[in-house]
Write a protein that binds this ligand. Structure first.
Ligand SMILES: [Zn+2]
Length: 375
């Protein structure tokens, strides 16, 4: 099969012919139909996770995986209700199943966890093995390019906004800010609408074209933050919403600057959740944080249950997508576009597995071998 693998840090992926992976008795072989491209792939290539994960190279990247069941291990129980040909997505946090967080259902934050595409083989390949317990069957037909990103970009902000909801800062007469207009931001504005019971949704980002898409996807107002101080932004917020502050904010970027700006915009007793991971540190003034009783939540990816909820919304047609379709052979140039922030919405690698993977973009998606043969 063809796979795009990372042999060395800071080098392009190598598209090459490799063996189809063997599956263990409790695994399922998934024929990949769509694999979403995430900025964390660029970070992985750049070595951001090298210390934490120490993956043994080469590895196949790609952690947003949707496809079709191709084969079942001998010990996959009938109760899993999986059959060859089923449309599935792969939930991406694979815990040890024994620790407190796993028992609570939060396998994505298991201390002994792993993530496909960050060590175990990922979805930038025609086939991927996955534990049967991590698959979710999707009964209604959803386009592959819309299904794959739900496993990360389309679920990570969902979990983050659930934390804001649990913090009690959402509701009518509240204002929620969405910082960032990349893949996560396009979904975050929609969940901000769906989960916040009538709060005004304000999208804040640097690029006009991306803000226009967030507006189409449900943001009530948009603010271009380029070159603006917190006080400039407060003035603009006041003009647009009648309030100078945000009751809640979800940070889909996570750069040190967005964190300072976002926290600076919070109302007294406001809540902030970080899902983006561009920067490395949180640097915010302590006294206002404490004296104004702000709260700060980390939210990492999502658990199986969060993904089931998002898939339920998607199957009801309640989630809209902004997708760029990509061929495996074009993966490296698209990783460079991701690095530069030049992908609008989510880029998804598509494999033409049934001739109908994409109604509008199924343009000979099977890669040619002339690229594959390099190196
Ligand atoms: Zn665990």
């Amino acid at each position: 099969m063809l796979a795009a693998r990372m042999h060395r840090y800071k080098e392009p992926l190598v598209i090459e012919d490799v063996e189809i992976p063997e599956i263990s008795p409790e695994e399922v072989l998934v024929r990949v139909a769509g694999a979403g491209m995430c900025r964390s792939d660029v970070q992985l290539i750049d070595g951001y996770f090298a210390e934490a994960l120490k993956p043994k190279l080469p590895i196949t990247l790609g952690h947003e995986i949707a496809g079709v069941v191709a084969a079942l291990g001998d010990q996959v129980p009938a109760s899993a209700q999986l059959a060859v040909g089923d449309q599935v997505v792969v939930a991406a946090g694979w815990g040890d199943g024994t620790c407190r967080q796993c028992r609570l259902g939060n396998e994505q934050i298991c201390e002994h966890g792993s993530w496909p595409g960050f060590g175990p083989p990922g979805g930038y390949a025609e086939f991927v093995p996955a534990p049967y317990r991590q698959l979710i069957r999707v009964k209604h037909k959803v386009k592959w390019e819309e299904l794959a990103p739900l496993t990360d970009a389309g679920v990570t902000p969902y979990r983050g906004i659930k934390k804001l909801r649990a913090a009690g800062v959402l509701g009518p007469d509240r204002v929620i800010g969405v910082l960032g207009a990349g893949g996560l931001g396009t979904y975050a504005v929609q969940y901000a609408k769906l989960l916040s019971s009538g709060a005004a949704v304000v999208a804040l980002a640097l690029e006009e074209d991306k803000l226009a898409i967030l507006k189409q996807l449900g943001a009530d107002v948009t603010i271009n933050t380029t070159g603006k101080s917190v006080s400039d932004l407060q003035d603009e917020l006041f003009k647009l919403t009648g309030t100078r502050n945000l009751d809640a904010a979800i940070d889909c970027v996570g750069a040190e600057e967005t964190i300072r700006t976002g926290i600076g915009l919070l109302a007294t007793a406001g809540a902030y959740v970080s899902v983006g991971l561009v920067g490395t540190r949180i640097d915010i003034p302590l006294f206002p944080f404490t004296s104004r009783e702000l709260t700060y939540h980390g939210s990492f990816w999502a658990n199986y249950n969060d993904l089931q909820e998002v898939l339920a919304l998607a199957q009801k047609g309640e989630i809209r997508h902004s997708i760029k379709r990509v061929r495996l052979q074009d993966i490296n140039e698209n990783l460079e576009l991701l690095r530069a922030g030049d992908i609008v919405g989510r880029a998804v690698v598509l494999f033409d597995i049934d001739g109908s993977a994409s109604e509008s973009g199924g343009r000979g998606l099977r890669p040619k071998t002339e690229n594959a043969a390099q190196q």
